[in-house]
Ligand binder design. Structure first.
Ligand code: NAP
Length: 328
């Protein structure tokens, strides 16, 4: 028998991507879909402006959007704006529903796990400190995740003293309608409100002691790319680290974690438009080079902000957290 779940923010950019990933899942099935109050009672197909590149499954098109208070199942995936998540997520957790959240509302709360399962799923145990019967679990910001996946093998090589991070973030990262075409077409906007703070704090929370003493300095940019965030990362290690050992550790981690990375040798890749697929959970790594001294390395980490940066990250957390709960 499948496990029933609810999807909050089902009509949004992340909600649509989540539907495209979950509709054929062999363990979980969508029982409730929820959007804003104005859409309660409508058929999904009448409320949504479907923009995902997948075809909207017929049975979901004909599901009715439910009032949030009618949800009664074990898990809810939250793709809500943060101000709504602030209220709805604790309200549902108090009813005993576990929340897997894309929103930033509780990511920095000390009792709320901020999880990339391959890296820190041991943090799930933080939920034992939450007083509600339903628990809140979060996935990182859509840029943090590609920074963290790049750091994951690198921290094996040497302690890291300092990280310089520059992001080039696609339009879909701002939801719909997001940044106006008038502002962004043919342009780059050298800031995204609150994003640098999230990137720096979230990376430190995910890695804990492993980044103890590491300083992070970031500059974020919104660029006219539809899907995909690229992270240019310069790492200052405490010890000498050569390009060859970086290539080797990525290759080892790729084998160990079942294709977590796509390593690009072509110096003109990774490119969001050419290299991402619609269900892409990988971090694409390329342009690995020595950074002017024996303890500096530069590289590019790129990935799908709506998949590994949001809906796909939530799906992985749902799968792993469900296993964690079943094992208790
Ligand atoms: P979006 O495209 O703007 O979608 C927002 C969703 O929330 C829609 O389903 C909308 O329903 C619903 N909603 C809006 N106002 C509401 C209200 N007052 N009450 C209840 N529901 C309401 O946003 P998104 O890009 O999918 O982002 C969703 C969340 O994920 C945000 O917290 C965002 O920061 C986070 N996130 C996004 C990305 C990304 O790459 N886009 C990545 C990581 C995390 P209606 O259609 O009925 O208005």
């Amino acid at each position: 028998m499948k496990v029933s779940i609810a999807l909050l923010g089902a009509t949004g950019t992340v909600g649509q991507k989540f539907i495209s990933l979950i509709h054929d899942h062999d363990l979980f099935e969508l029982k409730y879909i929820v959007a804003s109050e104005r859409n309660n009672g409508k058929l999904y197909k009448d409320a949504v402006a479907w923009r995902d590149e997948s075809i909207l499954p017929e049975y979901i098109a004909n599901m009715t959007l439910t009032d949030v208070h009618e949800i009664d199942c074990d898990y809810a995936i939250s793709c809500l704006p943060a101000d709504i998540a602030n209220v709805w997520e604790p309200m549902l957790a108090d009813k005993g529903i576990h929340i897997i959240s894309n929103a930033s509302s509780f990511r920095d709360h000390k009792d709320v796990p901020l999880v990339i399962p391959e890296i820190n799923r041991d943090h799930f145990q933080l939920v034992n400190r939450q007083s509600s019967s339903g628990k809140i679990i979060t996935n990182p910001n859509c840029a943090t995740v590609f920074l963290a996946l790049a750091l994951f093998p690198l921290i094996q090589l040497s302690p890291i003293e300092h990280l310089d991070v520059v992001t080039l973030q696609g339009i879909s990262g701002a939801g719909y309608p997001g940044v106006s075409a008038y502002d962004l077409l043919g342009n780059t906007i050298p800031n995204i409100g609150g994003e640098e703070d999230k990137l720096e704090k979230e990376a430190l929370k995910i890695f804990g002691d492993q980044l103890n003493g590491t300083t992070i300095h970031s500059h974020v940019n919104r660029v006219p790319v539809l899907q995909g965030h690229s992270i240019v990362l310069h790492v200052l290690f405490k010890n000498e680290v050569q390009v060859e050992s970086v290539e080797q550790v990525f290759s080892e981690f790729n084998t160990k974690y079942g294709g977590l990375y796509k390593i690009h040798e072509d110096p003109f890749h990774p490119q969001p438009l050419r290299d991402l697929n619609p269900r892409d959970q990988r971090a694409h790594i390329g342009r690995i080079k020595q950074g002017g001294s024996a303890n500096r390395i530069g590289l590019v980490s790129m990935g799908h902000n709506l998949v590994r940066g949001a809906a796909g990250a939530a799906l992985l957390n749902l799968e792993y957290f469900h296993k964690y709960m079943c094992s208790k």
